[in-house]
Ligand binder design. Structure first.
Ligand SMILES: [Zn+2]
Length: 95
């Protein structure tokens, strides 16, 4: 599994997917104002993205953006998002 760089041409990769990847999705926010770009990564698999918070793949092939939205409003994801938000200052210092 490989993360694709933002703006990468996914046209060939996504040929088989009913809902194709859109880099614009990265500018979306969840209901708490957390940007999708903070956790959402496109991987080199057709119709599948990756959440760096949960360490889980998200299949958006059939439901598109809806599947991603559903994922980021999930209780477990929100719990991790809150931890990341609270720790963001210290984690920046750690880098
Ligand atoms: Zn997640």
């Amino acid at each position: 599994m490989k993360f694709l760089p933002v703006g990468y041409n996914t046209q060939d990769l996504e040929k088989q997917a009913k809902n194709k990847w859109r880099w614009q999705w990265l500018s979306e926010c969840d209901s708490k104002g957390m940007k999708w770009t903070d956790w959402l990564k496109k991987i080199d698999v057709c119709g599948v993205a990756y959440c760096t918070f949960c360490g889980k793949t998200i299949n958006y092939k059939s439901n598109g953006k809806k599947a991603l939205k559903l994922h980021c409003e999930d209780g477990n994801h929100q719990k991790i998002a809150n931890v990341v938000k609270t720790n963001s200052v210290s984690s920046i210092l750690a880098i």
